[in-house]
Write a protein of this length. Structure first.
Length: 694
């Protein structure tokens, strides 16, 4: 097929510089065939390069691009080596950069022949892109990373080629990249020996490269990714793609762990970074018009299409529904989310894509949309533990990397509240998120203390996140407006749990209870209760059968005898700390941070490194005296008698030891006592007898 085109003005090299990596080829004896593949790839690339040069030099379109199909066939061949695959995909990349730069894909020529050529080229490009998306799961690391680099480089070239009039971002191509990262389709290359079904999980090296090179760096890539991933997750079928939420979470938690989120207009206008450089241009301002002032109050100077062709325009309104859903007036009730000085102003669903990229509220909207879509799908079908694990990962970044950047953080309330029911680690992390929502975003949650009390089970003091729980509980229970009945239930419950807790947890409970009593003097009566011994043992009024309602436990009438029992604890620091309740209540509140991070290791280290003011009494001198006495004639004689008696008792008759004593063979007896069986016992018996006679 002969194609017409113009000279490419776009530079071929748009990839970030990277070190050359050694490719591991599969062992094969077909060296001649491998050499043939390399020669064929080079020949086909030369033909295509020459065809592009001929077509642009005489404007006759006589250069044939049919070898693209042959070059693609080599790259898609699953039986060739990884090295040949790498050479083929890079050769195709260089060819396609030339084709895109020549304008052949966006030619304004509407002749029938030209339309056929453009359609054929788009089909070949789609095949190549689909191949690259599959290679993201290739078993060779260099193939995976090269494929991702090529995909994003093509994204830049395609976007630049359609940005002649106004800045555009090639959505069709980028949508395929996001699909590949979320769904992880299996690779047709290098998996012939792998008979097991792939898990379709994103590879860690692909994730790291995507985040460090594009997602965490460029504002346009982040905005379009968040927009696309939210739409994908809303429509995904978990039965068909069970790993899609897991892959999306891996990407989003990576973004939330090291947020590069814009927080001011200057961050976008002056410090913003753009993978498609045209997107960094200052967008047209929004101007007011009388015709639209009653409904929206703003209008746009221009109304650019968001996509590059008519097919994408048909689905543009459907994809942009998120704008209307999160649309808010500039006067936000939440001062943290105030849209004052947000750069490009206006209602977000009236902005073009270019203007949205320079609008802080728009970035928050797509971020919120992506996370809400993810949380609604965050589950592993048929696996409760798998769902809990995903919830823990999301909650770990929720309070720092997610809530501060959402348009309306309270929208996650239902999901976070459901995570509290998991208990254990996810429950603790969910309480943390609930606290942030209540404190900073005015969330009204009436059953909070009931859920907090139900969380106090035996596992609490054994979890690695217990320090975070006590930090939160200190704030939750520090209000002077809480009823004493409620506080008494928490104190009593913690006292009961301390009986089965490790020392590192007990040293947290004791000062925690002390601080609560200092803040709420009405709880002092729980330290000690008198009872009439004539009526038998003390009956604790604390009711343990109502764990879900802290107001029905009658804990205020009970006492903290469980904490008093810690006075007899085997660990000296615990027993010493428990004695504070026996003295005068004059000590100030403890600083909880001094106790929250203790474990067995830190407790042992503290004991081992503790300086002793007064050396304890030792029996070294007495043992030395007894040792010297044992070397005297009297001592030796008595040890021989004990040894002889011991041997007689064991054997029941006279043995060699008795004969040695009778014959005066003292050397043999002493050797038997020193190195023979029972020598240590004889020494202990002799020393014990000597002490009795002293």
């Amino acid at each position: 097929m002969r194609l017409n085109g113009s000279q490419s003005t776009m530079p071929i090299h748009s990839l970030p510089p990277s070190k050359k990596q050694k490719l591991s080829s599969r062992p094969s004896n077909r060296s001649s065939e491998l050499q043939t593949n390399v020669t064929t790839i080079a020949a086909l690339e030369s033909q295509l390069t020459a065809a592009l040069a001929v077509s642009t030099s005489d404007n006759s379109g006589t250069g044939s691009l049919n070898p693209i199909a042959d070059l693609y066939s080599i790259a898609a061949n699953a039986n060739i080596s990884a090295e040949d695959t790498s050479k083929a995909i890079w050769a195709l990349y260089r060819v396609w950069v030339g084709i895109i730069g020549s304008g052949r894909l966006n030619s304004s020529n509407n002749e029938a022949g030209s339309k056929i050529v453009k359609a054929w080229l788009r089909e070949r490009l789609n095949e190549y892109v689909d191949l690259l998306c599959g290679l993201l799961e290739n078993e060779e690391k260099v193939i995976r990373t090269s494929s991702l680099q090529i995909l994003f480089s093509i994204q830049k070239h395609l976007s630049t080629s359609i940005s002649a009039g106004s800045p555009e971002f090639h959505n069709t191509h980028f949508r395929k990249i996001v699909h590949a990262l979320v769904f992880c389709p299996p690779s047709r290359q290098g998996n012939a020996e792998n008979v097991e079904e792939p898990e379709n999980l994103i590879d860690i090296d692909v994730l790291e490269l995507f985040h460090s090179t594009w997602l965490g760096v460029y504002d346009d890539v982040r905005w379009f990714f968040l927009r696309q991933v939210g739409t994908i997750l809303q429509k995904v079928d978990l039965k068909t793609h069970p790993y899609a939420p897991t892959n999306a979470l891996s990407i989003l938690e990576k973004l939330a762990s090291s947020p590069s989120f814009p927080t001011s207009p200057d961050r976008l206008s002056k410090e913003g970074k753009w993978w498609v450089e045209e997107m960094g241009r200052k967008p047209p301002k929004v101007k007011k018009t009388k015709s639209r002032s009653t409904s929206e109050g703003v209008a746009l100077e221009s109304d650019e299409d968001e996509d590059e062709n008519q097919d994408e325009n048909k689905t543009g309104e459907e994809e942009d529904d998120w704008r209307k859903f999160f649309d808010e007036q500039d006067k936000d009730k939440d001062p943290k989310n105030s849209t004052k000085n947000v750069g490009i102003k206006g209602r977000k669903h009236t902005l073009t894509l270019h203007q949205s990229l320079h609008n802080i509220s728009s970035h928050r909207a797509v971020f919120t949309h992506a996370w809400l879509s993810l949380l609604s799908k965050l589950s592993v079908p048929g696996s409760v533990e798998g769902t809990r694990s995903l919830a823990v990962r999301a909650l770990n970044v929720m309070h720092r990397g997610v809530l501060p950047f959402m348009t309306r953080p309270v929208l996650v309330m239902d999901w976070v509240g459901a995570c509290v029911d998991y208990g254990g680690t996810p429950g603790l992390l969910a309480l943390n998120a609930l606290f942030i929502l209540m404190k900073e975003y005015n969330l009204d949650y009436p059953s909070f203390y009931t859920r907090l009390y139900a969380f106090l089970d035996r596992d609490l003091l054994h979890l690695k996140h217990r320090a975070r729980f006590f930090r939160l509980a200190e704030v939750f229970l520090g209000s002077s407006h809480l009823p004493l009945t409620l506080l008494a239930s928490f104190i009593k419950r913690l006292s009961v749990l301390s009986l089965s807790a490790p020392p590192s947890a007990i040293v947290i409970v004791i000062p925690f209870v002390w601080n609560l009593m200092k803040r709420h003097p009405g709880l002092m009566g729980m330290i000690h209760r008198e009872w009439d011994e004539k009526h038998g043992a003390f009956e604790d009024p604390y009711v343990r059968v109502h764990p879900s309602d802290p107001l029905l436990t009658d804990a205020l009438s009970s006492s903290l005898f469980e904490l008093h029992a810690q006075v007899s604890h085997y660990h000296a620091p615990v027993s010493s700390m428990a004695k504070i309740y026996e003295g005068v209540f004059t000590k100030e509140e403890y600083k909880m941070e001094d106790f929250l991070d203790h474990g067995y290791g830190s407790l042992f280290e503290a004991e081992a490194n503790r300086k002793i003011k007064k050396a304890p009494a030792l029996n070294t001198e007495l043992e030395l005296m007894l040792s010297n006495l044992a070397q005297t004639a009297k001592g030796k004689k008595r040890k021989i008698e004990l040894f002889t008696s011991l041997n007689v008792q064991e054997s029941g008759n006279t043995n060699e030891a008795k004969e040695w004593e009778t014959n005066g063979e003292q050397d043999k007896l002493e050797a038997a006592i020193t190195g023979g069986f029972g020598g240590d016992i004889i020494n202990e018996l002799w020393q014990f007898e000597d002490r009795l006679n002293a």
